[in-house]
Ligand binder design. Structure first.
Ligand code: HEC
Ligand code: HEC
Length: 438
């Protein structure tokens, strides 16, 4: 490690070393001299500059309503609306509950019936390149419409949803004020959607009875609802954590200080970007490289088994009419490059999305199958990867990570420092009316 006294290149880095003579000097309770904790090498500083600050929410040209306050408001109303489910008692918030870190505290999601994966937390999802554990959507609005038709989640369909909007006076007004008039639905069946690989399903039969023009109109209503929910979810941002304050003091003021993060958390940060190699995947200010990896999780009793992850995700994305470069995108050209190089390979078996770690301490249990109940179990897993049966090809770089008890604790303490400031309470429940009043 490059010590502070060797750093002569930039004054800022030198400033970063002044804590050597900080009041915390002397040996602390864990026996680790604070200078070892508080000194940051040039390499560490360089790495941290790639991990702070968190930029503003990424623009989404595929959704022209992404910043529209009417759409945000209607999207929030619909996010909490149980009327979108067939049973009338499931909304997005059932599984993405603001008081549970926008997840649900369960191993596997529970909607109209049990889902085969763990409900993902929604912090900073507008920063995603891909959505779902398997990346089967490339835009936030493509994601938002799937739960409505997923039989285990909300078990409804796009025609039923469109009639639901049309039959409710304030919802249809809110829709009209945001997107323009709803189409004439008088000749549409009450239920219908193209059910994947099931041409004989009554919903598919009903859907196929419609003219292509009517199908197209129904798809526009469906995707507009997705775009409104996407606009709302752009507000679910985790920022201003203890880590952000620590990084600001270090990188802007040049002060390594334990005012914001404990020394244990600071040691955890150094492990995270060093020996523990977490930053290879949990990179950047959102703590994700926004891609996929196989971390050798293996199966659990409560899982149906054989979840292929990214491999089936790519196949579904390539077939999806609601892709960012498709007919329903507001800027198809903006997605072409991202989608151009997608292809399947055996490597993708058992790969899942690298999740953001912002506010991760609020969202137990963890992983695509709710494998672990605590962050400690998660971090221990990384030191024990080779003890799990291999499914697909796990990343080799994980195989030589080994952490002792103190190091595990330090990394967990660091992860806890990623919890962001609370969101405005007004975002955490259903507004009284879907109508926006500026
Ligand atoms: C029954 C529980 C359930 C309901 C209801 C539900 N979700 Fe989810 N959500 C999940 C699960 C489980 C996943 C991961 C699914 C997968 O990867 O196959 C997920 C994934 C997501 C993601 C992806 C996050 C990411 O980082 O990729 C978003 C966004 C999301 N849901 C939003 C919504 C919205 C919006 C609604 C309502 C229209 C909704 N969910 C309804 C359980 C649910
Ligand atoms: C090779 C890439 C890779 C490395 C290295 C890596 N992770 Fe992960 N991490 C992932 C992936 C992929 C997932 C999701 C896996 C799944 O659910 O199948 C994940 C999940 C997690 C989760 C659970 C998040 C949630 O919302 O469920 C935590 C916490 C986490 N990692 C922390 C760490 C820490 C700490 C380290 C370093 C010790 C680390 N990761 C190293 C790829 C990686």
């Amino acid at each position: 490690m490059v010590r502070c006294d060797l750093l002569r290149l930039t004054p800022l880095l030198l400033l970063g070393c002044t804590s050597k003579s900080s009041p915390t000097d002397g040996v602390n309770d864990t026996g680790v001299p604070p200078s070892a904790t508080m000194d940051f090498s040039a390499t560490e500083i360089q790495m941290l500059r790639t991990m702070w600050p968190l930029p503003d929410v990424t623009p989404d040209p595929t959704n022209m309503y992404a910043e529209d306050p009417w759409a945000v408001h209607l999207g929030q109303y619909l996010f909490f609306d149980e009327g979108l489910s067939s049973s009338g008692d499931v909304s997005c918030a059932t599984c993405h509950d603001p008081s549970q870190g926008w997840s649900d505290g369960l191993k596997l999601g529970e909607g109209v019936s049990q889902v085969h994966r763990h409900s993902m937390p929604l912090f900073n999802t507008a920063n995603n390149r891909w959505f779902f554990w398997d990346g089967r959507c490339d835009t936030q609005w493509c994601q938002a419409i799937q739960p409505i038709e997923d039989v285990a989640e909300m078990d409804s369909n796009r025609l039923r949803m469109a009639h639901y909007l049309a039959n409710d006076e304030s919802l249809s007004r809110a829709y009209r004020e945001t997107f323009g008039s709803l189409p004439d639905m008088s000749s549409w069946p009450t239920d219908g959607r193209p059910v994947l690989n099931d041409p004989d399903h009554p919903d598919t039969v009903a859907w196929m009875s419609m003219t292509p023009e009517a199908q197209h109109e129904a798809n526009i209503v469906f995707t507009n609802v997705g775009k409104a929910m996407a606009a709302f979810q752009r507000k679910i941002v985790s920022r201003d954590s203890a880590y952000d304050r620590f990084a600001e003091a270090l990188l802007v003021e040049g002060k390594a200080t334990d005012d914001h993060m404990s020394e244990s958390a600071i040691r955890g940060l150094k492990l995270f970007i060093g020996e523990a190699k977490c930053h290879f995947c949990h990179a950047g200010p959102s703590f994700t490289n926004r891609e996929f990896a196989n971390i050798g999780l293996g199966e659990r009793d409560w899982l149906s088994g054989g979840d292929q992850g990214r491999l089936t995700g790519i196949i579904r994305l390539l077939e999806d009419p609601f892709r960012g470069d498709g007919l329903y995108s507001d800027a198809a050209e903006s997605s072409i490059e991202k989608l151009a190089h997608l292809s399947t390979s055996g490597e993708q078996q058992g790969q899942f999305k690298v999740p953001s770690l912002r506010s991760v301490a609020l969202t137990a249990p963890f992983m695509h199958g709710g494998h672990f109940d605590t962050l400690e179990q998660v971090v221990r897993h990384y030191g024990e990867v080779n003890e799990y049966p291999e499914f697909g090809h796990r990343e080799d770089l994980l195989l030589d990570v080994s952490l002792d008890d103190q190091q595990v604790e330090d990394v967990v303490t660091f992860l806890e420092a990623l919890t962001g400031a609370p969101l405005a309470a007004s975002l955490e429940s259903q507004p009284e009316s879907p109508l926006f009043t500026p």
